[in-house]
Design a protein around this ligand. Sequence first.
Ligand code: ZN
Length: 56
Amino acid sequence: MINSAESEPESLIETPEERRERFLLEFEKPFKCEKCNERFKKKKYLREHKAEIHSY
Ligand SMILES: [Zn+2]
């Protein structure tokens, strides 16, 4: 018996390429701005970003 109604929405399926990309992104840019979710390679960049974009 085949339960076709149980197929997952495609948007939830992550391809190996996407997983790898996400992993590399998090590995390369571990410093995330919690206000706009932008990522930075170095803590210094994040600090500069915050001072520039979220200074007020
Ligand atoms: Zn930001």
